[in-house]
Design a protein around this ligand. Structure first.
Ligand SMILES: [Zn+2]
Length: 150
């Protein structure tokens, strides 16, 4: 995909938005924006949320893993979504194990907030002429991996 995006956006009119269908994972989105894509769509925030996967600044978290069962901390301490502000990792783990329908709602809520924040951060970085610094921070945070278990 990136090989194509290295040249294809330059073939499109510069004064029109550039849309990439069905992308994607956070790394793919940042790489696509780096190559000139303006907008995209993707089912991953909700699909992943329904299966227990959460996107965070430090990478993907599988809330079904046993390491979260007694963790009182939020999924992502920097996130402003209601799932992170009101519920612990332990609670989110429990509702997945209990197959409560709120499981998919809470993680979808979080994932949508993560994607909204990611796009807002990229827009601000582009407007400030600081996309390189944003991209370096994005990859450095993800390289850290999830927080240490309690
Ligand atoms: Zn959140």
């Amino acid at each position: 995909m990136f090989e194509t995006l290295d040249y294809a956006p330059d073939m499109l009119p510069a004064d029109r938005p550039r849309y990439l269908m069905g992308v994607g994972k956070p790394d793919d989105i940042v790489g696509a924006v780096r190559r000139g894509i303006d907008m995209m769509d993707c089912v991953l925030p909700s699909r992943s949320g329904r299966t227990g996967q959460a996107f965070t600044r430090r990478g993907v978290v599988n809330i079904k893993n046993a390491r979260h069962q007694d963790d009182p901390r939020p999924l992502d301490e920097a996130c402003t979504c209601p799932a992170c502000r009101n519920y612990s990792r332990a609670y989110l783990h429990h509702v997945f194990k209990a197959r409560e329908i709120i499981q998919s709602m809470l993680l979808t809520w979080h994932n949508l907030q993560y994607y909204q924040d990611l796009m807002a951060e990229m827009r601000a970085a582009i407007a400030a002429g600081a996309f390189d610094a944003f991209e370096a921070r994005f990859h450095a945070m993800r390289a850290q991996g999830d927080i240490e278990p309690v």
